[in-house]
Design a protein around this ligand. Structure first.
Ligand code: NAD
Length: 471
């Protein structure tokens, strides 16, 4: 049953409770407990142990919330989290070392360094689609940087939310790491408080609510939002590999319910039929002839989201445009992989993030026209191109603005911890992963050291004409 269909829990976490929670964590932070390297390492190790000890429970919660296939749950949530934690443990000592920097003649003699310091008490609000990874990956950054942290998981994935609350309570330092479960009232109570950073993952409408709440306290915010991620497909490619990678980056990612999954394809009129044929063949190989009963496809998370996605198909403007799929099963919240050809620019599905298993194909006469189409829209979280044309790749990198770009694959850039992950414009602000997670929860403190030697009198009054001549 969808989470929205369940009776909501009685709200017991109000403004007063939120205030005392922050006070408690601030006490821990001010005592200096979270700042030591040893504390950070011990908490990261606990997070890793928690993940390893409870793999089956995590997989089961993800199955309950989303019917997430076991392999997908393991690869895209558990393994990603473990590798993020292990990478951070390996690098942390180096990241914590102050960085010596050059000095200028104006400050001579002096030395200077940039000292990383934790921000303080931070709030992480996460989304439902990768509810385990998206909750704990930012928490890794917050802990690595030496902060006390409150996690508010998504109520739309209630099984994962309650598992996170239980496990973090058991494994983590409860004086510095807390989980608050709940929906809008609980999140609103949290947002009223003064935080040192808010890290939010979700849609832009709520992103604006978070930003407005943070503005009252001048709290810095990281917004990990979404958008319409386009996939440009050239005709000179390895067609089978391209089709398989598009399928993996669309339906193989939570059945399209992923922020960086392929939202739509842009290809040439001539090539579209060949691409569609290849996608159909591979889709049948992957999910069989009855994808609604395939165990390898996630379901739609809730009845509200099911209604949202099916509404995109009910739009008169896309009538007759389905070239593959289109079936759904409302009782089990399943929607089959669906491809549409030549949808008009003004249809509903081309004007909001699809976040589901529909894949519209837009055709153009010349592939370079696709850059104009992409740049005329809000900046997406990711943009993709499949081509062997070197000049086109270069033009894509130079001309297309998005949170991240990937050439000849879909979504895989998320797995490189040396790349920042985040949006630009409407797809978000700030970034994380690897070192960028540490940085996003760190203040880079500028420190200049002077001695008492070499005290130039020219800087002191009286400002005589002779002193001016020295400039
Ligand atoms: P969601 O419904 O789980 O909401 C996200 C969080 O916001 C939840 O914790 C929820 O409790 C809270 N929230 C909801 N309404 C609120 C309100 N009125 N006031 C305060 N808090 C509120 O998730 P969603 O927004 O449906 O997630 C899908 C969106 O998130 C898509 O746009 C997707 O692209 C984006 N997303 C982005 C990333 C990324 O890493 N950039 C990852 C996943 C999802």
């Amino acid at each position: 049953m969808a989470s929205e269909d369940k009776k909501p829990k009685a709200a017991c976490f109000d403004g007063e409770a939120a205030r005392s929670l922050v006070t408690e964590l601030r006490k821990t932070f001010d005592a200096g407990k979270t700042k030591s390297y040893e504390w950070r390492v011990s908490q990261l190790k606990s997070l890793l142990k928690l993940t390893k000890d409870h793999e089956n429970d995590i997989i089961e919660a993800l199955r309950t919330d989303l019917s997430k296939p076991v392999l997908e749950a393991f690869v895209s949530e558990i393994a990603m989290l473990k590798s993020s934690c292990e990478f951070t443990l390996k690098q942390l000592k180096r990241w914590m070392v102050p960085e010596k920097v050059k000095t200028s003649i104006t400050t001579f003699p002096s030395s200077a360094e940039i000292v990383p310091e934790p921000l303080g008490v931070v709030l992480v609000i996460s989304a439902w689609n990768y509810p385990f990874l998206l909750s704990l990956d930012p928490v890794i950054g917050a802990i690595a940087a030496g902060n006390a942290v409150v996690l508010k998981p998504s109520e739309i994935a209630p099984a994962t939310s309650s598992l996170l609350a239980k496990l973090l309570g058991e494994y983590m330092d409860r004086s510095a790491v807390k989980v608050i479960e709940g929906a809008v009232p609980e999140t609103s109570a949290l947002l009223e408080q003064k935080w040192d950073k808010i890290f939010y993952t979700g849609n832009g409408k709520v992103g604006r609510i978070v930003l407005a709440a943070a503005a009252k306290h001048l709290t810095p915010v990281d917004l990990e939002l979404g958008g319409k991620c386009p996939v440009i497909v050239d005709s000179n490619i390895n067609l089978i590999v391209t089709a398989r990678r598009i399928i993996a980056g669309k339906w193989g990612m939570n059945n399209g319910q992923a922020c960086i999954s392929a939202d739509h394809i842009i290809t040439t009129k001539d090539f579209a039929p060949k691409l569609i044929d290849a996608l159909k063949v591979e889709l049948v190989k992957f999910y069989g002839n009855e994808p609604l009963v395939s165990e390898d496809l996630s379901r739609i998370v809730s009845s509200n989201h099911f209604a949202r996605v099916t509404k995109l198909l009910d739009d008169d403007k896309v009538a007759g445009k389905i070239v593959h799929g289109g079936q759904n099963d409302q009782n089990n919240l399943k929607i089959a992989p669906t491809i549409l050809l030549d949808v008009p620019e003004d249809c509903l599905m081309m004007n909001e993030e699809i976040f589901g298993p529909l894949l519209p194909i837009v055709t153009v006469n010349n592939l370079e026209d696709s850059f104009k189409i992409i740049n005329s829209r809000e900046k997406p979280l990711a943009a993709y191109i499949f081509t062997t044309n070197k000049r086109l790749k270069e033009a894509f990198v130079k001309n297309v603005s998005a949170g991240g770009l990937l050439i000849n694959d879909v979504a895989l850039h998320i797995a490189n911890p040396y790349l920042p992950f985040g949006g630009v414009g409407e797809s978000g602000m700030g970034s994380y992963h690897g070192r960028f997670s540490f940085d996003t929860f760190t203040h880079k403190k500028a420190v200049l050291y002077r001695s008492f030697a070499g005290d130039a009198s020219a800087r002191y009054p009286p400002y005589t004409p002779g002193k001016l001549k020295l400039l």
